[in-house]
Design a protein around this ligand. Sequence first.
Ligand SMILES: [Fe+2]
Ligand SMILES: [Fe+2]
Length: 189
Amino acid sequence: MAGIAASDADVVALLMRQHGDIRNLFDEVEKTTGDERRAAFRRLVQLLAVHETAEEEVVRPFTRANVPGGDQVVEDRLKEEREAKELLSRLDGMDPDDPKFLPELLSLRLDVMAHARAEERYEFNHIRRHADQARLASMASALKAAEAMAPTHPHPGTESAAKNLALGPLAAVVDRTRDAVRKAMGKDG
Ligand SMILES: [Fe+2]
Ligand SMILES: [Fe+2]
């Protein structure tokens, strides 16, 4: 987003940058084919898993406690995330070169981007206005710990099926992300 310096201590800037990374990965999946598309789609799945898990741990508790009508806002976002996850796992079981893959991907993209806009409007704005410095800093360090789990910017040509496989199944990515986020926020006990 223009005008926002992506300061490492700015949790909202970090979240917005991840929304941008997600959008770019959708672009990449759409414009590639075969193994390249498979690799880009793996990165998209990883980033979505990491991003949504971090939001569950970092953003949702803030919203519940600080945003007027926060419980309803959280329910709405969780519903959108559940629906996206279902579509994502359907796509995950498809051959990326199947003619049905791109229409399904586009549908996921529209859902994910509408979800991201709702977060920016109903949650991130409140974080920016109402979170104190200490809270912002602890949220930012949690986000950075989560981001370390998602290889969004691989060097071209270094990606391999083996490397992707080594990242493990999605449930494990979610678990590792949650552990890293909780540890960064000092709640791992
Ligand atoms: Fe989300
Ligand atoms: Fe998000």
